[in-house]
Design a protein around this ligand. Sequence first.
Ligand code: NAP
Length: 525
Amino acid sequence: MKTLASYVQGRWHIGSGASATLYNPTTEEPLASASSGGIDFRAVLEHARSVGGPALRAMTFGQRAEMLDRLSKAIHAHRDELIEISIQNAGTTRGDAKFDIDGAIGTLAAYARTGAELGAKSFLYDGPGVQLGRTARFWGEHVLVPRLGAAVHVNAFNFPAWNMMEKAACALLAGAPVIEKPGTPTALLAWRIAELVVASGAVPEGGYQFIAGSVGDLLDHMTSQDSLAFTGSSHTAAKLRGHGQLVKHNVRVNLEADSLNAAVLAPDVEAGSDTFNLFVANVALDMAQKTGQKCTAVRRVLVPRERVDELAAEIQAALAAYKVGDPADATTRMGPLASADQLRDVRAGIERLAKSARSVCGGAAPIRDKGYFVAPTLFVAPDARTSVVHTDEVFGPVATILPYAGSAREAVELVGLGGGSLVTSVYSNDVAFLETAALGIGAWSGRVWLGSDKMAEQALAPGMVLPQMIHGGPGRAGGGEELGALRGLAFYLQRVALQGFKGVIAPESFALANSAQTRQGAGAP
Ligand code: NAP
């Protein structure tokens, strides 16, 4: 049994008192324990604010970009070891482990490239300047300057590597010191990455702290320059949003919560076409990849009413190729759920769905003697408005087909019943259908992915979150926004309106700029 330590105030701290146990979800054997007992969380925040923040802000974007590049390389150098840890503690197949770990490495590398382009700058101009006076002498500019607080990151269990490093990449590039707290059930991987980050020496002291176990009373000490970025369930998100101290000090909060993502098949898509095959393959992939424990996984599958049986059979056949079993076995394509709690919740969710939908395959019954395994489970709802399908996120390999009449407007309305999603994929070769769906669904979904014959060959799956594009979604999905290249930095920066003599504040003349400042695009980051 390993004991996971926290890295706080420049040293590794072994927690005292009660600890949480981490398991191998394939064998149910205990692997490690984590406790944050004895940590002085007020001091952790202060260390970030007074030691890490000044050191990071003394660096230019270019220097911080080099730091991210070093972190990406330090993690990459241990990729094989990290994959093994993920298989053991998160029950991922090798492919699923790479999805998480390469996501972390790749996002750090992408932000290193973005930051390198900003070079010697220490703040950013936002959009074009404006003339405010009779002549251009009285001028206005918007600039983005670093905030002075700590960036607290509370992460979900399902992406221990990517979730921590995608948040850290944006914050560190913006000059904000981070305090990372992973989801406890799979924290072994995040902890090992924390060791690599610290050992790399890339981040100045106080710029990166790591908490194994609970955040204790940390939130009670956050103040107005601090920020909280959370990923997890909408239940916890609601609690954090209403936290008294955060409300009192208007602490910036970004929430990435759960989501009932949808895939929409338009009536024009012919069986056997590239778009059809992509739809079937992506729905099955989304259900089985990471055993469905993906915030972007499809849960609702909209199919023209008369084609429901055809599509149910196609998706079932595609799912049959996902061999379920020990993730250490190279032939396995779907491992167990990550924890006993997850297994309990997913089984309960399947039972709830089974009360109002017809089962095509899978179910809640145990499929192995040991381990937190569940079968890929597909339902067909008799009525597309069946409420449980639009309100209950079953965070496992579970999806429900919803029959609809086939109009883009109806698809928009049904997607909206989920109350806000991270991603919706729409499959059609009918441009009018795609346009109506994209613009209508846009109000309900942070990302709209449009599948068609023209892009099928090059398409990355809709469940994949890319650093260039924003991630987040309205309503139930948390209302947050992360990534999106420079947009992801805005959360950690203060946008300030400067008004004065153009000769002082315009980019070509600002005396404080270390080098010639160039403008970012309007509204970016
Ligand atoms: P969770 O139970 O809400 O936990 C998320 C994180 O919050 C964990 O680190 C947890 O710590 C911590 N936490 C729980 N209660 C807290 C409290 N009162 N104060 C401070 N921190 C608290 O969610 P999960 O089970 O880890 O993750 C699964 C959920 O995350 C799913 O619903 C999924 O849809 C969602 N998710 C969303 C995204 C996205 O980008 N939108 C991405 C991934 C996952 P402990 O683990 O120590 O309890």
